[in-house]
Write a protein that binds this ligand. Structure first.
Ligand code: GSH
Length: 273
């Protein structure tokens, strides 16, 4: 199946998505819904405020996204973005996933699971860890490790991309799950929010991944709720808040050392009197 023409929900059924447009996890749910041609109610949760009790009843973790599915007289809440994306692709057959009808389809699904899992562990989680780096050397070491993982583990699975995962002409669940972070990483890199070195490492050393990522960035459903401009300004705000936090930590540490040395000196001076 190869289109996102409207999918009609059975009468009495309804889908409500609790989300926020800047969140990369919620973004997966939006894309899966749009690719599947589903209509839904979009309830925006303000993440700058503490979650209200009614939302904590929907999702005790207070996170977005959450999907509320009314079907067959039963209300069910599904949480965790990958889980939501898999549910949508399973329940409403589309080009995202082949239905698990035979070995070929099951192999494709197994590849998507492996790809999404490996990308999360070997690329996203490691890239996220860069936030904690205190020196350029630490950051460069992480980038080199990520590049090595992309070359060794990710790129072999993208060799048949045409232009999407597994030779598909249309976005698959692999793009839905992995792509929202790829989109952000590329956007930061093109807009100079991450060092030029990172851009060069990815574009020069991971050409297969780079070509695929360029296509992912152009998928129309990715741009329904994503605004690069507001995402960039949000990330700049977070980066300066983080830089300020580090600056304060360094200042506190300097003051601690200064006081320690001063106390030691005073103690020595007291002893020698
Ligand atoms: N593992 C979760 C992560 C969801 C998540 O971290 N969402 C963030 C927004 S991007 C959130 O809800 N944060 C709430 C908060 O920080 O208070 C998923 O995949 O759905």
């Amino acid at each position: 199946m190869a289109s996102n023409s409207p999918t009609t929900l059975p009468s009495g059924s309804k889908i409500i998505l609790y989300a926020e447009h800047g969140c990369p996890f919620a973004h997966r749910a939006y894309i899966a819904l749009h690719e599947s041609g589903l209509s839904y109610e979009d309830v925006i949760i303000d993440l700058d405020k503490p979650r209200e009790p009614w939302y904590l009843e929907i999702n005790a973790r207070g996170l977005v996204p959450s999907l509320h599915v009314k079907h067959g007289g039963v209300d069910t809440i599904i949480t965790e973005s990958e889980n939501i994306a898999w549910f949508i692709a399973d329940a409403f057959p589309s080009h995202l996933l082949p239905p698990p009808a035979d070995v070929k389809a099951s192999l494709f699904r197994a590849r998507v699971r492996w790809f999404a899992d490996t990308y999360r562990v070997k690329v996203h989680d490691k890239a996220f860890g860069m936030i904690k780096c205190r020196t350029d050397e630490e950051g460069i070491a992480i980038i080199k490790e990520i590049v090595r993982h992309i070359q060794q583990e990710i790129e072999p699975h993208l060799l048949d991309a045409a232009p999407f995962f597994g030779g598909s002409a249309y976005p698959t669940l692999a793009e839905v799950i992995v792509g929202t972070h790829v989109l952000r990483a590329h956007s930061w890199s093109r807009n100079g929010l991450t060092p030029r070195f990172i851009h060069e490492q990815y574009s020069t050393n991971c050409p297969v991944h780079w070509r695929w990522a360029e296509k992912v960035m152009q998928i129309p459903s990715f741009h329904v709720t994503w605004s690069e401009e507001s995402a960039l300004s949000q990330v700049k705000k977070r980066m300066s808040a983080h830089a300020e936090k580090i600056r304060k930590e360094v200042e506190t540490e300097r003051l601690r050392i200064y006081n320690e040395v001063r106390e030691e000196r005073e103690e020595q001076a007291g002893k020698s009197v």
